[in-house]
Write a protein that binds this ligand. Structure first.
Ligand SMILES: O=C(O)C1=C[C@@H](OP(=O)(O)O)[C@@H](O)[C@H](O)C1
Ligand SMILES: C=C(OP(=O)(O)O)C(=O)O
Length: 427
């Protein structure tokens, strides 16, 4: 099958491996870094070169939205963007459609405050269920007009061509992206901006660190005062050249596939070299089949689906805590993981409040089941359940095309390692 055939198939049946997976697979560029860098390049006057970038649905949506606001973005090759910007965003002709890309939706909601006029930020039916109220509240407190009547997109931002500095408080407990969004817009204010969390809670703090690093690469002056406060000086972003590291969340599937099958997959970069939060999952994957009894997932949220499916084959049960905001990702991931695991075997997972408990059983490997996994249009659900299919016969993943959100080459990568994938009708 060709790459696009995997993505277009209604469902993929996965044939368990008959030996260790061996080979070399390079994960694509980081989604988080690519979408930060595209935005900052668009806010910087001049030409920026981005290499090692991710080309996927989420980054194309970001690039297209920036193009709609007058930024020229060329794609010289499969992993590069050249961004030519006048240094400010222009009023788009219509609403900006951002699919189910949380990063693009949240980051642009703050950045478009620099435009003159009303801008509508919208997404698909899934994004329209993902909260954005705390970001809208924060923008309003900065004097930026913004409305999101349902608390989710669509959001209308009433841009005045700029905004004032000052102190802004944000509730980052549901999503760190609200904080990253305000941070990246902040240098464009007319004075210094002080950003403070309303509580101590924030999703994966490591994403805020990625934001600070990207801002500094584009010349911004930003300092962290305390663990919950940042100060950003006003000043224009400077165009630059930047290389994006591989995606750590994508790497988790390859690390897990290697560990599950006892193989050796060279991803071209050591786990310790990543700056993204999900790289922390490497240590837990390395502990398989003796993963710890409790995994606090708040600082590696996107790796939780990988870890939960791996936990199904672990020697002991694993309880995932600190993952409440997985319920407001591309889908309710706690429910989707529970559902998929119980389709593989009744009782394999339980939900206790917002904790997920996976009752691992190494004997699940080598058995035959009949499990059709609903991906819930969520790339991470599809990619993580494919891992179960490496070990257990009879696993079919619906809507395999949803992986194109962040890893369009995922099925190709598995096939290149020798995994058998066949397109089947959705039962
Ligand atoms: O800032 C980012 O790049 C991201 C932050 C996280 O989301 P939340 O901050 O909404 O938890 C993560 O799940 C998402 O995939 C990417
Ligand atoms: C939560 C995710 O994405 P986003 O919030 O950027 O849509 C993800 O990629 O797992």
């Amino acid at each position: 099958m060709q790459a696009n055939d995997y993505l277009a198939a209604p469902a993929l049946a996965i044939t368990p491996v008959d030996g260790p997976l061996m080979g070399r697979v390079q994960p694509p560029g980081s989604k988080s870094i690519t979408n930060r860098v595209l935005l900052l390049a668009a806010l910087a006057k001049g030409r920026s070169h981005v290499t090692g970038a991710l080309k996927s649905v989420d980054t194309q949506l970001m690039a297209d939205a920036l193009r709609a606001m007058g930024v020229t973005i060329d794609e010289p090759d499969a992993t590069s963007f050249t961004v030519d910007s006048p240094g400010r965003l222009a009023l788009p002709a219509g609403p900006l459609f951002l699919g189910n890309a949380g990063t693009a939706t949240r980051f642009l909601t703050a950045a478009v405050a620099t435009v003159y006029g009303d801008i509508v930020i919208d997404g698909d039916e899934h994004m329209r269920k993902r909260p954005i109220g705390p970001l809208v509240e924060a923008l309003r407190s900065m004097g930026i007009g913004a409305d999101a009547p349902s608390g989710c997109p669509p959001v209308t931002v009433h841009g005045r061509g700029g905004f004032d500095g000052g102190r802004v408080e944000i509730d980052g407990s549901l999503s760190s992206q609200y904080v990253s969004a305000v941070l990246m817009a902040a240098p464009l204010a007319s004075g210094p901006v002080e950003i403070a969390l309303t509580g101590t809670e924030i999703g994966a703090r490591g994403y805020v660190d990625l934001t600070l690093a990207a801002m500094r690469a584009f010349g911004a002056s930003v300092e962290q005062g305390s663990p919950t406060e940042w100060r950003v000086e006003p000043g224009a972003y400077r165009a630059t050249g930047i290389h994006v590291e591989p995606d750590a969340s994508a790497a988790t599937y390859l690390w897990a596939a290697e560990k599950l099958t006892g193989g050796e997959i060279d991803i071209g970069v050591p786990a310790g070299a990543f700056t993204q939060p999900d790289a922390r999952a490497h240590e837990l994957i390395a502990a398989f089949p003796d993963m710890p009894g409790t995994i606090e997932g708040s600082q590696m949220q996107d790796a939780v689906p990988t870890l939960a499916v791996l936990a199904a084959f672990n020697r002991n049960p694993v309880r995932f805590t600190g993952i409440a905001n997985l319920r407001v990702k591309e889908c309710d991931r706690i429910q989707a993981l529970w559902d998929g695991l119980n389709r593989i075997r009744e009782g394999l997972a339980e939900q206790e409040g917002d904790d997920l408990v996976v009752r691992g059983d190494p004997a699940l490997a080598g058995t035959r089941v009949k499990a059709t996994i609903d991906s819930h249009a969520d790339h991470r659900i599809a990619m993580s359940f494919a891992l179960a299919g490496l070990m257990t016969r009879g696993i079919t993943v619906l809507d395999p095309g949803c992986v194109a959100k962040t890893y369009p080459g995922y099925w190709d990568a598995l096939a290149s390692l020798g995994v058998g994938l066949s397109a089947v009708q959705a039962a």
